[in-house]
Design a protein around this ligand. Structure first.
Ligand code: ZN
Length: 340
């Protein structure tokens, strides 16, 4: 990509964009208000906005989408529903207006600039509004563009902003997922065992377990024969793969809800899949086994089964929640599809 595009062209693109955004601003806002749904706009509307604003700064749109989606997973659903637009990015007031700005709620682009605040007016109404979707994305894109458009530039910008290595990792993973599919609606799920294989499971959440000290059972065990295929339950990024003392041969996939899907005790992996790769619902990850509870290669200490868990990332760490209701739902959907 050529970094040095002529100044005139950039200004013209910006002007065109402002006109387009201005013409669009009414429907965008009216879509956004008073909607019970967590998706007040269509996927196409969102994608269009990410793309338009990224173009102004010559950034990949996946960067903006990834940051926005990460922020969405960090906020409470009721809080998201109350906000006027769909963008979940929030800037601390002092960062938006400038640390020395006597008015922390300043929306005047002139004084914000004077106090070196980050807040920008992207919608062309002369107001840098921290509750306006366009201004928020425009401000984030403007911040990112100071670092450059390459992957390493993006990582550095994220590190400076969040000061947290795990968050940098998750957001760059999201960006890779968006880059691959070039769309935003990537939330489909799939039951991990194909319908025509024998399997059984029940709700074992929180049950005590025997090995490795006082731990409770964080997941659901799906019993099936050795070699039964295990499929990805989601679109996601393969964050870890290999041996782990408890899980044996295991694979962990992070989806765009910031859920880490954990598949353990495998007998082997799908050879096509590597760490750092993107997988999709139904794609075979590996095969049921009884590995784990010891040093690498240990197996047969319990009947073969898939241990499946879901962990949600929070600022305080990864928290497991009960996957059983999800499994039941995905299983129902699998058999409904089969009947049709
Ligand atoms: Zn288990």
């Amino acid at each position: 990509m050529k970094k040095k595009q002529s100044y005139t062209i950039r200004i013209m693109i910006r002007l065109c964009l402002l006109i387009i955004l201005f013409m669009q601003s009414t429907p965008l806002i009216s879509h956004g208000v008073n909607q019970a749904s967590a998706q007040p706009t269509t996927w196409e509307d969102r994608l269009y906005l990410y793309q338009q604003i990224s173009q102004v700064f010559q950034l990949p749109w996946s960067y903006l989408a990834a940051i926005d989606q990460f922020e969405r997973t960090m906020r409470k659903p009721d809080e998201l529903q109350k906000s006027a637009g769909f963008v979940a990015i929030q800037f601390p007031a002092h960062l938006w207006s400038g640390i020395l700005n006597p008015n922390p709620n300043d929306t005047n682009p002139g004084t914000i600039g004077f106090y070196t605040g980050i807040g920008r007016d992207g919608s062309g109404d002369e107001i840098a509004d921290p509750n306006d979707d366009v201004d928020l994305l425009y401000t984030m894109a403007s911040y990112l563009s100071q670092y450059g458009w390459m992957k390493d530039d993006f990582r550095l910008a994220l590190w400076r902003y969040y000061q947290n290595e795990k968050i940098v990792e998750i957001i760059t993973e999201f960006a890779v997922i968006y880059d691959k599919y070039q769309r935003l609606d990537l939330f489909d799920n799939q039951f991990p065992i194909p319908a025509h294989f024998n399997y059984s499971y029940k709700n074992t959440w929180g049950a005590p377990r025997g090995w490795g000290g006082r731990r409770i059972h964080e997941g659901t065990d799906i019993f099936a024969g050795y070699g039964t295929p295990i499929r990805s339950t989601c679109y996601g990024y393969v964050e870890s793969m290999g041996w782990n003392r408890f899980g044996g041969w295991r694979i962990g996939v992070r989806d765009l809800n910031n859920h880490y899907h954990y598949f353990a005790h495998l007998s082997g992996f799908n050879k096509e899949i590597k760490e750092g790769q993107i997988v999709e619902p139904g794609e075979i990850l590996g095969y049921v086994g009884s590995s784990g509870y010891g040093k690498p290669g240990t197996q047969g200490k319990f009947p073969p089964h898939l241990h499946y868990g879901i962990y949600k990332y929070t600022m305080k760490g990864e928290w497991s929640f009960d996957p059983y209701p999800h499994l039941r739902k995905w299983e129902r959907q699998m058999f409904q599809k089969k009947k049709r």
